[in-house]
Ligand binder design. Structure first.
Ligand SMILES: [Zn+2]
Length: 628
């Protein structure tokens, strides 16, 4: 796929809710939603709002979330509160909620907003109403079907990809967070319609998955790509692998839409990370992906030195907009956080780069070998390569049993000195956050990671999970009607533009909810434990039970919701998309009309904030209702 010229302006839609910064994981917890507000405030003060449409996302509904997640898990997230936790002990264990993923005030709403932005962005892309959609509140890539993990509860990325699959035959997921994008990989492990590409630190590090040899299974074999990295990777090394690998992936997979997870914990100086990227190195990935000129959803993810997260995502918003912004930071609500230099860009440290050129080249060529296994020429594709791939499960061509996931039962050290961990450091020396939450300096916080032996429900549960996920994919890709009660599965967003009252820039970011509590979650102690989710699964045995997301049956009972969903094949006219899957011609998507009907669709009303050069409105309300 040829790179497009990098000069054409694209339309950008940006999703942000002024409440997001008020959610609080608890004292000492490294995940701070406040970073999203800091980023928003910074990019407003750079004037970037003038060049994009800003939307307040709808709150994703339970129905939207259960297109991937299990009903009982979402019901649990909806019910649990800090004041009723004791009634949910068993479920908290089962759903891995409590330590890394604490119960906090407004937890479910937080998930709704984060997810709402990503789904709305996907809908916008599907409607070809934007070229790039941005949701920095999303990117929560560790969440599983029925389990919270790594500070993530609801996997907005999986849900957004499911939305994109309604219109796009092939969706590429790219993950540059320092952690493996395990939740997304797992969800699409057995399908060839989504390729997951993750660059991450591997070896003694959370979540423990993402081995080079994890390549997908069944039909999805070779559609999961993992680039394991070592500590200290710098801009040059990252570029040396990212660009050629992504070029090859684009050439071989030819996606018609891209989701880019821009986790900022891969930056130098991250509180939990151990890479050594500058904003420029991180941003180069965004720039590179952007040049392919495909409909792209950009989401956030990790990032725990929050001033750098705000810097990074502001800078990457400017890259999406193709607008240069000054290194001198504009005055903003959080100005003191950026001292002592008050510059946009950060300097990498002098840490050792443990990724030698030889190591990187070796991994790169191994990945290229796998990518070459993908069906490529149209003629080959016509010869039922997909069916062959299914049979390959027992093939001996790969003597190393690449479908076997390697579980690392080792711990993520997450040890840092007090300075690096103190909230006050992250927050510019303050002991009180902008919204008045009192923070105490923490001391002696050794982070450790729990060994996960007891969590090894292992292969069977993962297998089930993967299988059911494919069912979900099928339903999402082929929705015609919802369950008869009007709770449709399809989403159709209506955007309502609203005139802006004259307001100051600051007001847009100071939208705050007084209902957000400042209470700390009791169980969030000074010691944060990270659990490795062990995925010691063998190849999921999906060949018999899997519902092909493309050739879905005409009627399927969705076991998770007990509601019957009528389905048609992705393209009811023929299997053409399947056959054309690897067609050399880039398939710029024209949405198949047969997929756009959703009479029972949940209609989401977004509100646009149109910004003029002189005024920015406060964020106005959004509404969500069930249509028809
Ligand atoms: Zn991360």
């Amino acid at each position: 796929m040829a790179l497009m010229g990098d000069h054409s302006k694209r339309k950008i839609c940006y999703y942000y809710d002024g409440d997001i910064g008020n959610y609080y994981y608890g004292q000492g917890h490294p995940m701070k939603p406040q970073r999203i507000r800091m980023c928003h405030n910074l990019l407003l003060n750079y004037g970037l709002y003038r060049k994009m449409e800003i939307y307040r996302p709808h709150k994703a509904s339970q129905d939207e979330m259960t297109r991937f997640h299990s009903d009982d898990y979402i019901k649990f997230l909806k019910s649990i509160r800090p004041d009723n936790m004791s009634d949910f002990n068993k479920q908290m264990q089962r759903f891995n909620v409590g330590e890394d993923c604490p119960v906090f005030d407004g937890l479910y709403e937080f998930c709704q907003l984060s997810t709402g932005g990503s789904i709305a962005g996907a809908v916008k892309l599907n409607k070809q109403a934007t070229d790039i959609a941005i949701n920095w509140s999303g990117g929560l890539h560790h969440a599983k079907k029925s389990e919270a993990s790594g500070f993530c509860y609801v996997n907005d990325i999986v849900l957004a990809i499911l939305e994109l699959l309604k219109y796009h035959q092939r969706v590429l997921y790219i993950d540059i967070d320092i952690h493996h994008g395990d939740g997304v990989e797992e969800a699409f492990y057995t399908t060839d319609r989504v390729m997951t590409m993750s660059f991450h630190k591997y070896g003694e590090y959370f979540p423990g998955t993402g081995d080079l040899r994890d390549i997908g299974a069944g039909k999805g074999k070779y559609y999961a790509v993992n680039f394991p990295l070592r500590d200290g990777i710098n801009d040059e090394s990252y570029e040396q692998v990212f660009q050629p690998v992504m070029s090859k992936v684009m050439e071989m997979f030819q996606p018609s839409a891209v989701v880019l997870q821009c986790g900022a914990d891969s930056l130098s100086g991250d509180r939990l990370g151990c890479f050594n990227l500058s904003l420029k190195g991180h941003g180069k990935c965004v720039e590179f992906v952007r040049r392919f000129n495909l409909p792209t959803l950009m989401v956030g993810g990790g990032g725990y030195t929050i001033r750098n997260v705000a810097r990074c995502w502001t800078y990457e918003t400017s890259i999406a907009l193709q607008t240069e912004i000054a290194n001198e930071l504009p005055y903003n609500d959080y100005f003191e956080y950026y001292g002592p230099d008050f510059k946009l860009h950060i300097n990498p440290s002098n840490m050792t780069n443990q990724n030698t050129t030889e190591y990187l080249d070796k991994i790169k060529s191994r990945l290229f070998e796998n990518l070459r296994m993908l069906p490529h020429a149209p003629g080959v594709q016509m010869a039922d390569i997909v069916d062959d791939a299914l049979k390959e499960e027992s093939d001996d061509e790969d003597k190393q049993n690449p479908d076997e996931r390697i579980s690392i039962r080792a711990s993520d050290k997450r040890i840092a000195c007090d300075d690096e961990f103190s909230d006050s450091e992250d927050e510019g020396g303050r002991t009180t956050t902008a919204d008045g939450q009192k923070k105490n300096k923490e001391s002696n916080r050794t982070k450790r990671m729990k060994l996960d032996d007891e969590k090894n429900s292992a292969s069977t549960s993962t297998t089930t999970s993967v299988t059911t996920t494919v069912t979900t994919t099928a339903s999402a890709a082929t929705v015609v009607g919802g369950a008869g009660d009007g709770t449709g599965v399809a989403v159709d967003a209506k955007d309502v533009k609203v005139d802006l009252p004259k307001d100051t820039i600051n007001q847009i970011s100071s939208t705050s909810s007084s209902s957000t509590s400042t209470a700390n979650t009791p169980q969030q102690s000074a010691t944060t434990t990270v659990a490795t989710s062990s995925l010691t699964t063998t190849a999921p045995s999906t060949s018999n039970s899997t519902i092909d997301p493309i050739k879905a049956p005409t009627a399927v009972v969705d076991s998770s919701s007990n509601s019957q969903i009528t389905m048609v094949t992705a393209n009811s006219k023929s299997d053409a998309p399947l056959v054309a899957k690897q067609d050399k011609a880039p398939s710029t998507s024209t949405p198949p009309p047969s997929l756009t009907t959703n009479s029972n669709a949940t209609s989401l009303t977004n509100t646009t904030i149109t910004c003029t050069t002189s005024s920015v409105s406060s964020v106005v309300e959004s509404s969500e209702h069930t249509a028809q």
